[in-house]
Design a protein around this ligand. Sequence first.
Ligand code: HEM
Length: 406
Amino acid sequence: MTVSHPSAERSDDVDEMVLRDPHAAYQLLRSAGPIRQLQLFPEFDAWVVTDYEEARAALADQSLQKAPPDTAEGVAFDSPFEDELSANLLRADQPEHTRLRKLVTKAFTSRRIQEMRPRIEQIADELLDEMDGHTELDLLDAYAFPLPMTVICELLGVPDDDRDDFRAWSNRLLDTDVTDEDGSSVHEASTAMAAYLMKLIAQKREEPADDLLTALIDARDSEDRLTERELVGMVFVLLVAGHETTVNLIGNGVNGLLRNPDQLAALQANPELLPGAVEEFLRFDGPVHLATARWASEDMDLFGAQVKAGQMVLVSLLAANRDSNRFENPDRLDVTRAPGGHLAFGHGIHFCLGAALARLEGEIAFGRLLARFPDLALAGDPAAPLRWRYSTIIHGLETLPVRLTA
Ligand code: HEM
């Protein structure tokens, strides 16, 4: 698959290739062992784990801590979300992590999530109604983005009128912008995002309702179970994780299907394959590229590498999910593959809180889309280069132009 990006003029070494064309880069890297140092950020190198077994072990290894240690290398660069947004689950170690996660687990259990099925189906159908009558459109804008965004906003109980601003800030926080040398664009986006979240919390304090944000505010104001910074950090992580990822489950999965017509036909002929197909989309082109940063808490031997205290360790979920020692024919999309075992939702104590919700959204999104537009196809020249977002965290397309009818 060819990929282009505005920064293609940068040096074409493997470090840069990991961001520009990750699957090809990991194929080159894998033969060099399960871990190696890469320069993914301008100021410092990070250790990157690429093989399945080691990736799984690293995700569960609590000597790789989430809170940057005092002596960490490159912390200033890695912390654009200072200060208001950083007190969140993905930056917390035990025991803070357990306390914070307990506040939200109840809202995300499979049973609670299954109750949302009729409403998610309705949201999908409304978006599909709006698409009807168009010949070509960007599936990310019209469907893959608004669906999970509407769901997470309703679950929290916040308006989604500002969702375009929110999407722009969130993209700026998660993508690597090579032109933002002094970090001012990221800083501006994190300041705007923090101000917006504080406004949402203030509004909800004025008008409480039967929703997750009200419950979190109660836990703060009546029970003192989290600080104000932690409240803002929680809303931040739920809103960002709730929509930056599922949009790319839908986008990457549809892209994979439309480029593999035999798999599309198999799924259309056997809709009962859908839940397994969603797992395969997650394995084949998962929405998260590298899991969020971990830091060595001490000098250690990590899979044969001498990692020093304070160095950053990143786990490549994309690489692990294409490890041929774990998955047969890993570069083949196969909707009949026995599901399970992929690392797209992470592993260990930070395993994705929203996995059940994302799976349900995915199942509904693919099922409704293919039923409504059975002749769905890529618009334009299928051999034309795809533009992937340039990001250490997100693996997703910039746009996905499709034709709706034959
Ligand atoms: C297909 C969609 C999704 C994918 C692939 C995904 C992936 C992940 C991954 C890989 C992690 C762990 C990161 C790490 O260990 O560094 C994670 C954590 C998390 N995800 Fe998801 N996610 C998805 C959807 C969602 C949704 C819909 C929500 C809903 C709010 C959500 C909320 C979270 C939260 C709160 C965490 C942090 C958990 C913790 O630190 O304990 N995610 N997700």
